[in-house]
Design a protein around this ligand. Structure first.
Ligand code: NAD
Length: 503
């Protein structure tokens, strides 16, 4: 009945997936999901409680023995089924992702959905091609030592909790659940309450794909409620979290206390370095790439290059080029296939962005482009109640000020000038974060030297955001603990056990 009323209103009724069934929250509490491009309600989502979290963990715990003993090829088959369903319904998933986040539909269709499908297929395949280690021991010449062979068994840990943020909802959720499921863990996942719709669609699709009840459970709601209850639940073995550094610190503390395995992918304030010998022009040149790195997904990607560091000799040219590129990004209706620059995902987050830009002005920053919420009459009629911000370029700030030091996570890039390599590195490494960095230079030796010296888990040279799912992914300093991607993720979700056999 409720479903029917919601459908009539054009709204989605998001529900929890617990033990293979879509259910309302025991709490009876719900949150509104707002379409960021219009400000109108789009869905309602359970605001689950600790009781809902507990029910999901119990189901996952009960499903674990059978799932973990299933041949890996059978687990992979079900994951490929799921990928196939998402692929068949790609347009539907992409529209939901675009409406829910405010990202342009073209981006949801060409990036978020293909990557979500690739995540499922990648780990379904990876687990079949993984090998365990063995060590043939000759005793090391120690008197009395015997020969032996050691081999490493890798067993799934148990119930894994996967918590994801709102910026790339299905992309990051599948990035976490895919290796967890492939290695034989059962999962309780908690998507962001801000953008829950594609996770709900994935939950429905997992039933259709034939996953045994309880293998994948999805609990929706506020982080401090059901999210914290999942992290603190005594029957879970591991937590993988992508989100803010503040919440990550709390999760790290909680898991440390209970000795759960934890992986934390947190915030960034990523430097983008342009040396004076770099190729500046053209679609793959430093200027166009810097603008793409700053403003893709309206700057709401943890890997965005939000601090542009420019060699003095090319500063003016780069600053002018990036400001021009920012000015060309006109905020538009995410549903329009021509739109390249969409909405900010929530009004709360928009307020954080405008506060940071206002602070930059107070601190003496010069705004070279953007700097404002666009006037409503500049937006398509449907979007006049939406949350938008212009692509913004700021120069002239002190590198130690809060705008240069704290993550904004919006379409705002700051510029700094450097005179030599050591100053570039000092600026690049001069924040608490260390997720990603980009270097543009034609000098291969310098590219290698600078990459090695940067405080970052990921460095791109003469490009940005080229991702290979087999490579390690994660940050240093306040950007996180641990690595995801490829074998790193398979390791995280399994417990190694050495078996030593005397030969
Ligand atoms: P957030 O930390 O507010 O929330 C992330 C998720 O954690 C949400 O699902 C939220 O409900 C949940 N949560 C909040 N409090 C919790 C608690 N006490 N216990 C358990 N769960 C809790 O982050 P956000 O605003 O959704 O996302 C933006 C942040 O994510 C940015 O800082 C961005 O840099 C970061 N991010 C990092 C990466 C990466 O790979 N390093 C990728 C994307 C986003």
């Amino acid at each position: 009945m409720v479903d029917r009323v919601f459908i009539q209103l054009g709204m989605v009724n998001v529900r929890n997936l617990v033990g293979g069934r879509l259910v309302d929250p025991a709490s009876g509490a719900w949150l509104d999901v707002i379409e960021p491009a219009t400000g109108r309600p789009l869905a309602r989502v359970p605001d689950s409680s600790a009781l809902d979290a507990d029910a999901a963990v119990r189901c996952a715990r009960d499903a674990f023995p059978a799932w973990s003993l299933l041949p890996a090829a059978e687990r992979a088959r079900l994951m490929n089924n799921l990928a196939g369903i998402v692929e068949r319904r790609l347009d539907e998933f992409a529209s939901a992702e675009s409406d829910d986040t405010g990202k342009p539909i073209t981006i949801a269709r060409s990036i978020d959905l293909p990557r979500s499908i690739a995540n499922l297929r990648h780990f379904a395949g990876a687990v079949l091609h993984w090998s365990s280690e063995s060590h043939d021991s000759d005793g090391g010449g120690v008197p009395g030592a015997v020969r032996s062979i050691n081999y490493t068994l890798r067993r799934p840990r148990g119930v894994a909790v996967c918590i994801s943020p709102w910026n790339l909802p299905l992309y990051l959720l599948t990035w976490k659940i895919a290796p967890a499921l492939a290695t034989g863990n059962t999962v309780v996942t908690k998507p962001s309450e801000v953008t829950p719709i594609t996770a709900h669609m994935l939950a429905e699709a997992s039933i259709e794909a034939g996953f045994p009840p309880g293998v994948l459970n999805v609990i929706h709601g506020a982080g401090a409620g059901c999210g914290a209850a999942l992290v603190e639940h005594p029957d879970i073995a591991a937590v993988t979290f992508t989100g803010s550094t503040t919440v990550g610190r709390w999760i790290g503390r909680s898991c440390g206390q209970s000795l759960k395995r934890v992986s934390l992918e947190l915030g960034g304030k990523n430097p983008f370095l342009i040396f004076d010998d770099a190729e500046l022009d053209g679609p793959e040149g430093a200027i166009a790439t810097a603008a793409r790195a700053a403003f893709s997904n309206q700057g709401q990607i943890c890997l965005c290059g939000s601090r542009l560091l420019i060699h003095a000799g090319v500063y003016d040219r780069v600053a002018e080029g990036v400001a021009r590129a920012a000015g060309a990004l006109v905020p538009g209706d995410p549903r329009d296939p021509e739109t390249r620059f969409g909405a900010i995902t929530s009004t709360g987050h928009l307020a954080k962005i405008t506060a940071a830009v206002d602070r930059a002005r107070v601190l003496g920053g010069r705004i070279l482009a953007g700097g404002r919420v666009p006037p409503p009459d500049s937006l398509p009629e449907r979007c006049r109640g939406g949350a938008f911000h212009q692509a913004t370029v700021i120069e002239g700030l002190d590198p130690s000020c809060e705008v240069e030091q704290e993550e904004i996570f919006g379409p705002v890039v700051t510029l700094q000038r450097f005179s030599d390599e050591s100053e570039a590195l000092r600026l690049a490494n001069g924040t608490a974060y260390g997720l990603a960095a980009t270097v543009f230079t034609r000098d291969g030796t310098r590219a290698h030297r600078v990459s090695a010296a940067l405080d970052a888990g990921i460095v791109w040279v003469n490009g940005w955001m080229n991702r290979d799912l087999r490579t390690p992914f994660g940050g240093v300093k306040s950007s996180g603990v641990g690595r995801e991607g490829g074998v790193e993720a398979l390791r995280f979700f399994t417990e190694p056990k050495n078996v030593c056999v005397r030969t």
